[in-house]
Design a protein around this ligand. Structure first.
Ligand code: MRU
Length: 346
């Protein structure tokens, strides 16, 4: 991929600062857990799989900072770090999935020396990173079969390389289709309020030579009516056991519009985004973000200073609006519950 979202280098986590794209390509070096946690909170790194990977490396950052402590104090400090990282963003289940694995490795090394525990934690974060690269490519291959040469799609937010180790989920499907010689054109919803679609998806697709046009979110209905749109493809932050999908706010509206226009609505996500412990999407915790993001979109005043604001970062698309869920394990169609369970348990 043309750009690296995050990497481990010289005992530090290096993050591409996505808040500064597309104007500036700047990497930040994180050498303490609080810096990693705040990077996740301000969306310097964002997108469900990338959040999980950043948190996994964040645990390694914390472990290295505690490596000269007594082993019991080392364990206590790294557990506190895991708790801090778990409080950053509530919706993307990949965060908790990754932290659970790091916590289990920490517990397994309760009687090991600190360097051994640190090495095991780093090996786990590296494994999750490498697996995410492979998983995204498999999602891409599975989804590419649903696209035709010359097809046009709409996507929402950014579910690309910038939201994963690289390659992406929804955009991975586009890249994989392109790699097999199919030309796919993308309409990218700008994705209010933080413009992940116009700032990130459009930028990322242009870097990869994919035909992309940005539309404001409120143009999707007209595009669906006037253009030949083959399908919508989006990512997900958490998918409940019945197939309800939490994704960036505005996804639900796009799904309703797709249904109205008879256009398939696909969700591409790794199995690590499934949360079959939740029966339906009503149980998914939805992050509410600061009013400042609406009152001053990207720094410019866009509403009266004191106006009350409602700013949920995600919405839930009911499973009956979802045509198929694409994962590294295959393509699921309704009823979702049995297939999702099989994917998680296999
Ligand atoms: O708030 P963000 O930018 O983290 O939201 C990201 C999304 O909603 C993505 O669509 C989702 O995480 C899929 S990532 C492959």
């Amino acid at each position: 991929m043309p750009v690296q979202t995050l990497k481990w280098q010289d005992d530090a986590l290096i993050l591409l600062d996505q808040t500064r794209l597309p104007q500036e390509l700047v990497y930040e070096t994180c050498r303490d857990v609080e810096t990693v946690a705040q990077a996740i909170e301000v969306l310097m790194v964002r997108g469900a799989p990338a959040i999980g990977l950043a948190a996994a490396y964040g645990v390694v950052v914390g472990a290295l900072a505690a490596k000269d402590d007594e082993p019991a104090e080392f364990q206590r400090r790294v557990k506190t770090d895991i708790d801090r990282l778990a409080r950053t963003r509530p919706t993307a289940v990949n965060l908790f999935w990754a932290l659970d694995q790091m916590g289990a490795v920490l517990a397994d090394h309760a009687s090991a020396d600190n360097p051994t525990a640190c090495a095991a934690l780093l090996a786990t974060a590296d494994r999750l990173f490498a697996e995410d690269q492979q998983i995204c490519r498999q999602i891409g291959r599975n989804g590419a079969e649903l696209l035709r040469d010359g097809g046009q799609i709409i996507t929402h937010c950014n579910a690309g390389g910038l939201a994963t180790a690289d390659y992406g989920t929804a955009l991975g499907v586009v890249y994989a289709a392109q790699e097999t010689g199919k030309q796919v054109a993308v309409f990218a919803d700008e994705t209010r309020p933080l413009l992940q679609g116009s700032r990130l998806t459009a930028w990322e697709l242009m870097q990869s030579g994919v035909d992309v046009k940005v539309i404001c979110d409120n143009m999707a209905a007209s595009v669906l009516r006037r253009e030949k749109i083959d399908c919508c493809i989006v990512g997900a932050d958490r998918i409940a056991g019945n197939g309800d999908v939490a994704n960036k706010i505005g996804t639900y509206g796009l799904a309703v519009l797709a249904r109205e226009h008879g256009v398939p609505f696909y969700v591409a996500a790794p199995v690590s985004t499934l949360d079959i412990s939740l029966a339906t999407g009503d149980q998914i915790p939805i992050e509410e973000r600061s009013a400042a993001e609406i009152r001053a979109g990207m720094g410019q005043p866009t509403a009266p200073d004191e106006v009350p604001v409602y700013n949920p970062a995600f919405d839930v698309t009911p499973c009956d609006l979802v045509t198929a869920i694409i994962s590294e394990k295959g393509v699921a169609r309704a009823p979702y519950a049995p297939t999702l369970r099989t994917w998680v348990e296999s």
